[in-house]
Design a protein around this ligand. Structure first.
Ligand code: CP
Length: 303
């Protein structure tokens, strides 16, 4: 039995197979419409979500399976004090696979240790969000054409953004990637990430102004300032609109630079950018369904 806690749980070769399966699902969804007949996915979300929970539910439904779960810790027995370890033992009696989101870093790992069914980390605190990373890699591969040899700018809340931490973790295994971290001082990428890049000899640069590096980028990964991880409302208000991607800034970019965003967006991408052919964030959400279908099939041994 396998779980997915971190993008590194799958080798590059295994990811290639998963992405090829996602491609095939996209091309011929009818072929997969009954692959999960009789199977049940539990979505245990202790933290809010639109995309991750609903794309998992859409994925399982499109595979012919069914879905149970909760979308709020307050409506689960966590509100009565039940531990994640006990909850997953119970969920193991009711479902064949579980996607879990939790505000505490490491909670899905604790669940996986006690689980009798595969557990997927659907985001744990500011730590990792591996299925968003699979979505991001599938988007880059499909729209940029290659997972090697590009310069990626990661912009916004690089301190708390778990999608950023997961994506960097995954991209370091590919060749010729240069990272440009664009953030205010207070939201800069954690030292453990830059230490790891230095150790591996992977080039990176840290800057504050997006305009200064825009012409260099092949991909721009925008992120939201993570309000829910701030201790202090004042700091959040001061930093939340630090970056706003506008038409003027897009004029500095390469004609084929892709703009990615895990979403939800708040103000960091002006809606006027949505019609720019380089805006890939809504397509990115669509790739998330195919890649989660491929992941469910893989973890259930049905691929
Ligand atoms: N990208 C992402 O994780 O979105 P949700 O929080 O809506 O699931």
């Amino acid at each position: 039995m396998r779980h997915l806690m971190n993008p590194l749980d799958f080798s590059v070769e295994e990811l290639d197979k998963l992405f090829a399966l996602a491609d095939d699902i996209e091309k011929d969804p009818a072929k997969y419409a009954h692959k999960c007949d009789g199977k049940i996915l539990a979505t245990c979300f202790y933290e809010p979500s639109t995309r991750t929970r609903l794309s998992f539910e859409s994925a399982m439904t499109r595979l012919g399976g069914r879905v149970i779960g909760f979308s709020d810790a307050a409506s689960s027995s966590a509100s009565k004090g039940e531990s994640v370890s006990d909850t997953i033992r119970i969920i193991s009696c009711y479902a064949d696979i579980c996607a879990m989101r939790h505000p505490k870093e490491g909670a899905p790992m604790v669940a996986a240790e006690k689980s009798l069914i595969p557990v997927i980390n659907a985001g744990d605190g500011g730590h990792q969000h591996p299925t968003q990373t699979l979505t991001d890699l599938q988007t880059i591969r499909s729209l940029h054409g290659d997972l090697n040899h590009f310069t990626i700018g990661l912009c916004g809340d690089l301190k708390f953004g778990r999608t950023v931490h997961s994506l960097i973790n995954a991209l370091v295994r590919y060749e010729g990637i240069k990272f440009i971290f664009i953030s205010p001082e207070e939201l800069k990428i954690p030292d453990y990430v830059t230490d790891m890049l230095r150790e591996k000899g992977i080039p990176f640069q840290e800057v504050i102004r997006l305009e200064d590096v825009m012409p260099e980028l092949d991909l721009l990964y925008m992120t939201r300032v993570q309000k829910e991880r701030f201790f202090n409302e004042e700091d959040y208000v001061r930093l939340k609109d630090f970056y706003v991607l506008t038409k003027e800034k897009m004029e500095l970019a390469k004609p084929d630079m892709l703009v990615l965003h895990p979403l939800p967006r708040v103000n960091e991408i002006a809606v006027e950018i949505d019609d720019d052919p380089r805006a890939a964030y809504f397509k990115q959400a669509q790739f998330g369904v195919y890649v989660r279908m491929a992941l469910i099939l893989t973890l259930l041994g049905l691929a």
